[in-house]
Design a protein around this ligand. Structure first.
Ligand SMILES: [Zn+2]
Length: 253
């Protein structure tokens, strides 16, 4: 009989580090949007998708996300000063993700909570806004027992169409608190396009050409880096796929 091997897992434990900014800091203002529907097939959220608004002001974004003319919304909008607005009840399906895929999830709206950060797309994210986002994510995470790798960006699930939340968004900061994931720095690996694409698909990225996948990946994990696929891209992708392989068997819809 084989010995039971007690090798420590490399996956991040499903707890987050204690931190001063706990959910008790969270103040949410209700600002209902008419733009929502039912989650299909009784789906429950098991993803969080982070966006930026790409608009000049939070007021303008709030108006658009609540206008029947545009048919867009999100569950939450966080302003630069850290105010959090709830536009759509979490039980409902907000219209933020659109066409795209993460792992086997193709109806991302039915399976996710969408968070918009007021940001024109060309500015850094304000400290108060990031603090509020962390409190909100910690709260969502505790209520749904969400693993950190289930917090993704819009460009992750729709790399052919979307670039938000962009290279200025601090994913490493979220990962340090167990609110998302970030790859470890490992030795470079010889570039291999096929392997790179396979690794990113094993992490959850959809099947899209390298020309679209590489900028989406770099925007989040290797920001402000350009040029052909390199050894560091390879090593980062390998680490993501080995520590956070998406559980395709478990996912439906
Ligand atoms: Zn978006």
């Amino acid at each position: 009989m084989a010995m039971v091997s007690l090798v420590a897992g490399t996956r991040r434990p499903s707890v987050w580090l204690p931190d001063a900014k706990m959910p008790s800091d969270l103040v949410i203002q209700e600002h209902p949007s008419p733009n929502f529907g039912e989650r299909r097939d009784g789906a429950r959220p098991d993803l969080v998708v982070i966006h930026y608004t790409a608009m000049a002001s939070a007021e303008a974004a709030l108006e658009r996300l609540c206008s029947t003319e545009y048919e867009v919304s999100a569950h939450y909008l966080i302003c630069e000063q850290g105010q959090v607005f709830r536009l759509v009840d979490e039980e409902m399906r907000a219209w933020h993700a659109g066409a795209g895929q993460w792992g086997e999830v193709t109806d991302v709206n039915s399976r996710s909570i969408g968070i918009e950060l007021a940001n024109p797309g060309t500015a850094p994210f304000a400290a108060a806004q990031m603090d509020a986002l962390e409190s909100l994510l910690a709260d969502i995470r505790s209520r749904y027992a969400l693993p950190p790798e289930r917090v993704i960006g819009h460009s992750d699930m729709a790399p052919l169409r979307k670039i938000d939340p962009g290279p200025r968004f601090d994913w490493k900061r979220l990962a340090l608190q167990g609110l998302s994931v970030f790859p470890k720095e490992l030795d470079d690996i010889e570039p291999d396009e096929v392997r790179f694409v396979q690794d990113l698909q094993a992490f959850g990225y959809p099947e899209v050409p390298l020309e679209a996948l590489l900028p989406a990946f770099r925007s989040r994990f290797h920001p402000h880096h350009h040029g052909p696929l390199d050894g560091r891209d390879m090593a980062l992708a390998r680490d993501l796929s080995s520590r956070f392989p998406i559980d395709r068997g478990k996912l439906t819809a």
